[in-house]
Design a protein around this ligand. Structure first.
Ligand code: AHR
Length: 328
């Protein structure tokens, strides 16, 4: 009888222990064999870049590649060409490769829960970079990037100053569903004065090529200066595409109030040429910060859950002076 009871207890214990493994990370974070003394030479960082849609993105990619070279860690880089399914496949490949840390700049906010759970279960720390995700924050370790809502609010404040008597504006928005577009649109509406109407809003997917026909369609539908007096553009590349359509329609620099986001050299040139009155900064040079945090995570050190970049607004008055100093 005693031995039967003992046998049952052993079976229950074994079952219990097995059950405990379900859904648990197979490895704990910061358990790299070198931790807590890992150096950059020990680190493999996965960066499944979302695309190459803009000058901002090119500068962001360069920042990661240059940082890897300078600090001496291995960078597993890929380009998802603005397609979420490509990004998810690239993350899965990094999990299979057992990289030390994944830094993810998500193309859109939704739909990353499953793959982030896979990374968590594999014990790989994840830093969300640049745009945000809607997934539960327990599925990643930190977010490093810009405050996109604040950027939209800053843009609205410029229109409030430049159009004190009110009027109507168009919005050329970024990639639908992306944290950058969602945040900027929200911030813009938060702060725009009641006497300024948003006449229409269409996406140009953050690219010059897609923004140009969208602007052309706007100009076929609405008369510049009469139906609308301003345009809020979610990034400089779309601004440059839009300027081509404005020029073709005979609109002159200064006819409209135009505020863009990023602060790239192209945006500065558009201010020098009189097209943009202001450019809200969005800084792409995130490589060094992300690398430093990745090493901390590898060593099992605590990190801040949210690190927002300190940014400003640039103006046309001193754009010519600042243009030669721009790094991107
Ligand atoms: O997520 C940052 C945004 O993405 C930048 O404003 C834009 O240029 C890029 O494509």
């Amino acid at each position: 009888m005693k031995s039967r009871v003992l046998y049952a207890v052993v079976i229950l214990l074994v079952l219990g222990l097995t059950a405990c493994q379900c859904g648990k990370p197979t490895e704990e974070k910061g358990d790299a064999s070198c931790a807590p003394n890992c150096t950059y030479a020990d680190m493999t960082l996965c960066y499944p870049q979302l695309g190459a849609e803009s000058d901002w993105r090119t500068a962001n990619t360069a920042s990661f590649k240059e940082t890897a070279e300078e600090l001496g860690f291995k960078l597993v880089f890929s380009d998802a060409q603005q397609k979420q399914e490509n990004q998810i496949s690239a993350i899965r490949a990094c999990i299979q490769q057992k990289v030390d840390v994944i830094a993810l700049p998500p193309v859109v906010e939704d739909g990353f829960e499953q793959v982030l759970t896979e990374a968590k279960n594999a014990g790989i720390p994840v830093i969300i970079v640049d745009r945000s995700v809607s997934a539960d924050s327990s599925l990643y370790d930190s977010h490093i990037g810009s405050d996109m809502v604040l950027e939209g609010e800053r843009a609205a404040e410029e229109f409030n100053k430049l159009m004190p008597d009110g009027g109507a504006v168009l919005e050329l928005s970024g990639t639908t569903g992306s944290g950058a577009a969602v945040g900027r649109a929200k911030g813009f509406r938060n702060k725009l004065n009641d006497n300024i109407e948003i006449l229409d809003s269409q996406t140009g997917n953050f690219t010059r090529a897609e923004a140009k026909p969208v602007m052309e369609a706007f100009l076929n539908k609405y008369e510049a200066g009469t139906d609308f007096q301003g345009i809020f553009i979610h990034n400089d590349d779309m601004g440059i595409g839009a300027i081509e359509s404005l020029k073709a329609a005979g609109v002159q620099p200064g006819d409209l109030v135009i505020v863009s986001v990023d602060g790239t050299r192209g945006g500065f040139q558009a201010m020098v040429d009189g097209w943009f009155q202001a450019d809200v900064e969005c800084n792409p040079l995130l490589g060094p910060q992300v690398a430093e945090m990745a090493l901390k995570l590898m060593n099992g050190q605590p990190v801040d859950r949210e690190v927002l970049t300190n940014e400003t607004v640039y103006y046309s008055d001193n754009a010519a002076e600042l243009l030669p100093t721009r790094k991107y």
